[in-house]
Structures are given as C-alpha cells and as structure tokens.
Design a protein around this ligand. Structure first.
Ligand SMILES: [Zn+2]
Length: 259
C-alpha cells in the first residue's frame, strides 16, 4: 500500500470508529423501567386496539427547523410570512430564538431528558410541549412515546409519515400525538443522514393534496458541511402554489386537541 492509500484507509477507519461510537452511545441511552411501567399502570385501559388517527381536511403545511438558529433562513421565513417551529439542541438555545416557537430537541447523546429540560426552561422560560429527537434516535414506540409523555411532551415529530396519531399500547391510548414529517432535508440518497423523505420530489406531496405536510430543514452551516443546498425556499413556494395553510406545530397541535 502506498502512503496515499494508507492515509485514505486510516481516514476511513477513523470515520467508521466515529460512526460506531456515536451509534453505540445512542443505543445505550437508558430508560428507567420503573418510571415507564408505573406510567403505563396509571393510564386508563379500554378495549382499544387501534391508534387514534387525526382527521384533517384542511391543506396544512408545517416548516420545522432542526439543530440550531440560522439568521438567513429566519429572514427567509419572515420575508414570506411563514411560521416555523424551531428544534435547536439545548446548547444552541441562543437569544435570537426568543419570541419564536421553540420546542425540545432531545439529544440522547447529551445526558438525561431531565437535565436538558431543565436547561431549556432556564433559557426559554417555559416548559417544552413538543419534541423531536435529535438524529431521530428512537428505541421503540412503547418506550419512547411513554417516556416523552411522562415528561410532559404532548406531541412528537420524530417519525416519518403523514397522518398524526395517538399511539395505542395494550389497550391504552398514550396522551401524546405523533405528528410525523413527510419531507426531510437533506435527502438520504445524497447524504447519509438519519432522516429520509417519503418522496423523491417534494412537489409530489403537494400535487397529491397530502395533508398535513411537515417538512424538516437544517441550518446553512450543516448544509455547507454536508454539501447540500437548502430546499426551504422551494417548500414555501410549493405551499403557496398549491394553496396550503402554513402553520406551526403548536397551531397544528391545538387543532388536533380540539378534535
Ligand atoms: Zn437534530
């Protein structure tokens, strides 16, 4: 092996070790069993066997912004008068986010949910009610949903899909709405990331009157790092073209709670 090949092999190995350690840390996040079991025990049991699906007719589109604040994209939203829900990790809760709709981005790589929630309340001055797991790390529906719910989360948007639903676990309807996202930027075909989109071309969702359409977008620094370009402007343009109502996740949650 020549020096160039050796360096390349070393780099590949380093990258692999980095990925493995990250994956392992995510997988090893521990959930406290007694807390979750007791939570289930106090939920009412009925003859439920189906999740509760939302019945939404209005054409609704939701912009969500992951990981950290971005001035350029914030200006783009303001210019187009589009509401958004921001999911920054707790150490990215910068003053610029005050007065915006900021919710919880639970990072299983950064300690317990309690400590992150405490930091969130200290910085933002209120208790978060909506969550999206960072890197979309998810163990299983019966554990993650219960754990988020017993920590006061009323809605989550970590999973892929369209129709919001309340999960059913052994006859118990969990008091939490999953509001799945349909579009995730970047595409997992071009950049190997946690998320994926239902469609190759986002217009397919709009053209088929899918509702709600939740889109997940990322700050420009991440785009630069991963060599992809923002799809937010196109998403907004399509929302207008197909006469959708732009809403934040909180507004959508209010609508679901009224059902
Ligand atoms: Zn994230």
């Amino acid at each position: 092996m020549n020096t160039k090949d050796k360096t390349k092999a070393k780099e590949t190995m380093r990258e692999q070790i980095y990925c493995d350690s990250k994956r392992e840390r995510g997988a090893l996040y521990s959930f406290p069993p007694p807390l979750i079991i007791n939570f289930y025990k106090q939920l009412p049991i009925a003859k439920n066997y189906k999740q509760v699906d939302a019945n939404i007719r209005r054409k609704i589109v939701v912009v969500t912004m992951d990981d950290n604040y971005d001035l350029f994209l914030d200006n783009l939203l303001a210019k187009n008068n589009v509401p958004a829900t921001w999911f920054p990790v707790v150490n990215e809760l910068v003053p610029e986010l005050k007065n915006k709709e900021v919710e919880f981005h639970f990072n299983k790589d950064m300690g317990s949910i309690e400590s992150q929630k405490k930091k969130f309340i200290e910085k933002m001055g209120y208790t978060p009610r909506i969550n999206r797991n960072h890197r979309l790390w998810w163990r299983s529906d019966n554990i993650d949903f219960a754990y988020l719910s017993l920590h006061g989360i009323l809605a989550d948007s970590t999973k892929i899909g369209i129709t919001p639903y309340k999960p059913c676990v052994q006859g118990r309807i969990l008091p939490i709405w999953e509001i799945p996202f349909a579009f995730f930027e970047p595409s997992c075909v071009s950049v190997m990331r946690a998320g994926y989109s239902l469609v190759e071309n986002m217009e397919t969702l709009f053209r088929n009157n899918v509702t709600p359409i939740v889109g997940t977008f990322h700050p420009l620094n991440l785009e630069k790092y991963h060599h992809f370009s923002s799809q937010l402007e196109k998403f907004i343009r399509l929302g207008r073209k197909y006469h959708y109502n732009f809403m934040s996740l909180k507004q959508l949650l209010n609508l679901l709670q009224d059902q």
